[in-house]
Design a protein around this ligand. Structure first.
Ligand SMILES: [Zn+2]
Length: 92
């Protein structure tokens, strides 16, 4: 029914999971699959936002470069900051 796209928009220092700008991960509620690889430290902390977006909650408080509303989330590793942009994507 719904998918949430998670995209790396900023990465500094050394990410232990190897994330780089442009990485994309898709959380698919139809297949119960996570498409892509994601740092588990980042995942545990951002999962509530992903869940909320997937179920229609309005937690998208930021504006992406293309003007769409998104949620942003920073990896808890403050020395090596990775910032993710979370967006509900419509199904086809
Ligand atoms: Zn991480």
């Amino acid at each position: 029914m719904s998918k949430v796209n998670v995209k790396v928009i900023s990465q500094k220092g050394t990410c232990e999971a190897g994330h780089q700008v442009g990485d994309e991960i898709i959380f698919n509620w139809d297949t119960h699959k996570i498409e892509g690889t994601i740092c588990l430290h980042a995942l545990y902390s951002m999962l509530p936002k992903i869940y909320a977006l997937a179920h229609g909650a309005d937690v998208a408080f930021a504006v992406a470069e293309d003007g769409s509303r998104v949620a942003r989330h920073a990896c808890p590793d403050g020395w090596n900051p990775v910032i993710f942009e979370l967006k509900k994507i419509s199904d086809t």
